[in-house]
Design a protein around this ligand. Structure first.
Ligand code: ADP
Ligand code: MG
Length: 454
């Protein structure tokens, strides 16, 4: 049974994780609903328990064994019960004393699980993400460090995590000896706090400074968390000084992350900062076609027409995760009821998703977001003030109202405190004209557009 579980696990969590965390386990039997495993160290046991016990239990149960809990124990080192020979003992207390001689192995690299599906092969490239993709590729090819750090940013579901995992997979495939550590900023904080609590901060520092490539996902998470930021900053500097590659992702540009220390922001900006833009129609269609091909195989030839894919690419513009979810549901539903995937079926089965993405942006939302961005009052949007620092943001809001809603100029005018439609037109033109020469304004517009369309 354990053999079968292992096979499936290897596929599910990827061969690297499998080799690091599952292979060293010794299955010691299952009784009273408890699956028992021997592990080389307590730390190892904790890590596997936290990250993989759900997988393991799920698979054991699917294989017909009632397992409600998994236990990981370090076997006592007596003659009657010798240490299992296959265990890669890397982080034992005695070894720790002999520090300089210590040779780290991948088994004590506590990264997060990499999703085996997130590869460069499965990443569809289009205009909105081509730069980010090219940069990620370059880093994954490993050559002499070209840009360090690589900072990827963009809205939810646009492929940041996918690209980071792809880099990790590619690096490991090309250079298996490299120590690549991928984790979320949240996990970084969690491990830091744990190390503080367990008085193992030196180990923590040593571990993070010993990697060849560090990838931290969703770094905005550590904003405002002072001691974690501090530690992150030192880790970051130590690695950069050693010429080790760093890859960071966030939901916005470094300079726009509130409560992130300035020195961290400026360090982030030293390398290459690239953003993933919101998807366009062609990219969405490309992604759908790729996924549909996959499902066609999974569901034994169940077909989906280009017409339906085009319909979805037009209507679901929020993010790629939602797009994927829609396709998954569509295939599952069609196969369940034994029907062909037609436009009507799609409209039926995805009614809620379609309705949610139809949600129309209101002029008030635009005014609120823009006012917030420029730190002015919402009431100034409709008020009469003509000061530049208020009039300009107001024009920005007019510009977006025209661009992103289907309201007519007179209607927009009414919502800006009863202004005349020519005033609105003037405002929109002014912004269009300025954005070509004023780079600050053009950055503001880009950021706001992304937030408004999220
Ligand atoms: P983020 O980390 O930016 O929030 P993810 O990387 O988790 O987004 O992507 C969300 C989902 O969309 C994942 O399943 C991912 O595989 C898929 N995805 C995003 N962009 C692409 C792309 N260009 N090609 C293929 N799949 C994509
Ligand atoms: Mg992500």
């Amino acid at each position: 049974a354990w053999g079968r579980v292992c096979e499936t696990l290897a596929k599910r969590i990827g061969i690297n994780n499998y080799k690091s965390w599952i292979e060293p386990l010794r299955f010691a039997g299952l009784s009273d609903g408890i699956a028992r495993f021997e592990v080389p160290t307590t730390f190892f046991g904790d890590w596997v328990s936290r990250n993989y016990s759900d997988h393991i239990l799920g698979l054991l149960n699917a294989d017909g064994h009632a397992a409600g809990r998994a236990e990981f124990v370090v076997p006592a080192q007596t003659a009657a019960n010798p240490q299992p020979t296959h265990a890669p003992i890397a982080a034992d207390k005695p070894a720790r004393a002999a520090k300089p001689a210590r040779n780290r192995s991948d088994e004590d690299l506590p990264g997060a699980t990499l999703d085996a599906r997130f590869t460069f092969d499965s990443f569809v490239v289009g205009k909105p993400n081509e730069l980010a993709h090219a940069a990620a590729r370059r880093v994954a090819e490993g050559g002499p460090v070209s840009f360090n750090p690589l900072f990827l940013y963009g809205g939810v579901g646009l492929g940041k995590t996918h690209l980071m995992h792809a880099i990790a997979h590619e690096l490991q495939a090309r250079q298996p000896q490299l120590r690549v550590l991928y984790l979320s900023a949240e996990q970084f904080m969690y491990r830091f706090v744990q190390a503080l609590r367990d008085k193992q901060i030196m180990d923590f520092k040593e571990l993070f400074r010993s990697v060849d490539v560090l990838m931290v996902d969703d770094v905005q998470f550590i904003a405002g968390k002072d001691s974690t930021q501090e530690e992150f900053f030192h880790t970051f500097n130590a690695l950069i000084d050693q010429n080790k590659q760093i890859v960071i992702s966030a939901d916005r540009a470094p300079g726009e992350i509130k409560d992130l220390e300035d020195r961290i922001k400026s360090r982030m900006q030293c390398g290459l900062v690239v953003d993933l833009h919101p998807t366009d129609y062609e990219l969405r269609l490309g992604i759908l076609q790729q996924k549909a091909e996959y499902y066609r195989q999974q569901y034994k030839g169940l077909a989906i027409s280009t017409g339906v894919l085009e319909f979805l690419a037009h209507r679901i513009t929020t993010n790629v995760r939602v797009l994927e979810g829609a396709l998954t549901r569509l295939f599952a539903f069609a196969s369940l009821v034994g029907r062909e995937i037609t436009l009507e079926l799609a409209q039926d089965c995805l009614a809620d998703i379609l309705r949610a993405s139809d949600r129309k942006l209101t002029i008030e939302e635009i005014q609120r977001k823009v006012a917030e961005h420029y730190n002015i009052r919402l009431s100034d949007m409709i008020g009469p003030k003509r000061l530049r620092n208020i009039a300009r943001p107001r024009q920005v809001a007019m510009y977006f109202a025209k661009q992103l809603t289907s309201r007519s100029l007179p209607e927009i005018g009414r919502r800006f405190g009863g202004r005349d439609h020519t005033t609105i037109m003037h405002g929109v033109r002014k912004i269009e004209e300025l954005m070509t020469t004023d780079s600050q304004l053009s950055d503001d517009l880009q950021l706001l557009r992304r937030q408004l369309q999220a």
